[in-house]
Design a protein around this ligand. Sequence first.
Ligand SMILES: [Zn+2]
Length: 463
Amino acid sequence: MKDALYARLPIGLQNLACTFAGWRRARARFTPHFHRCLEEWEASGTGSVEGLYRIQQRRLERLVDRARRYVPHYRRLDLPPAHVSRDPAEAVARTLASLPVLEKESYRDHAESFVAEDIPRRRLRRGRTSGTTGTALPLWYTPEALAEEYATVWRLRRSLGVSLSDPHFSFGGQQIVPLRQQEPPFWRTNAHAGQTLFSLYHMSPERLRAYVDALHELPACYVQGYPSSLHLVGRALLEAGRPLPKGRLKAVFPSSESLLAFHRETIEAAFGAPIGDRYGTSEFAVSMTGCPEGHLHVDMEFGIVEVEVATETDTTVEGPLLVTGLGNDATPFLRYRIGDTGTRLKRPCPCGRPGDVFVDVDGRIEDVVVTPEGNAVGRLDHVFKDQLDVAEAQILQERREGIRVLVVRRPSYGEASERGLVKEIRSRLGERIEIAIEHVEAIPREPNGKFRAVKSSVGGHGE
Ligand SMILES: [Zn+2]
């Protein structure tokens, strides 16, 4: 629906439009292929690690065969066929070792040559993925790839007791409430899915009171959305002294952005439910889902994750990730350097789920700040982890000599909080960099509604 037309409709018709859009979304996601994968993978996910390798072997063999036949980029490279072995883990490892690593630059320069020729164009869906410089790269996927991604999402959700038909709250990027609307409701209803969609663009301190009321009054079994928004609403729930009663929601599912260090505690306390964490990317090439141990398990049926080992300890290996997507026939990614790094456990996870498991994945959506001394410093979101008097904050670097820190203060914020914050920043960025703290009412989101804790035009995304 055209945005301008939608904005002019009365609220009742906007709800109807949201319901129709929700019905169309559900029809694209929850296909027979989705239900088949979900059922099979719920069995394989609790089976043996050998079973998982057998699935990977079968799917990788097919993927390599398809790449050799139908994908111009790989046909030119004259890939060897998949390795044959009775030991599935060995077959997967040897096949991967025989394939070249795919760099983002190669994909960027020849994206069209990665599209499989045998799939009719009308079956292909268009997407976008982020490049190393923040520019979007085109991407093609099949309806099956989307359905398989949702099978990983719903395997996680169902493991936390959530079912497909449960009512829920959603904090996503869509503009569902016109900006000129000044009074509640700052949400709309998708009756098809029992979903209440909250606007991310009306969250001023006064209006958040209406959100808090709605969260208490409207029906829901779980909540999903951008972690930065869940954090903002979570803060409002806590500041009003009205967190949701423990156990009312079964789980919270952050999506689209990385869950930053300072988000987690607030969100869990405010919504009274555990976080179901997930790592995924828009390439349909990797998915990892959280477990009660706080680790991320590779959804091995969906993709293969290799670590280019940079550091190794007795218990872990750490380094850049190479991912191979098993579910997307449209643009196969083989050993694709996704731009994220991870720390993999060498032993099985104590939670009992079989297969590859990571302690941590650095989603690297945050920019790197460069100090006057020339140091590139990442993961600065950790600076705000223990700053309880800060509601929200953003670090901006426009020149190498200094940074600006935008701070949305909580009522308890005082001089001591500011000294503590500066000290914390100095401990990471050193003594020479100029730090200008600016108190603001709100921190602007990106055009897509997402929040970025660190933006640097000097350091960029780093490498
Ligand atoms: Zn686990």
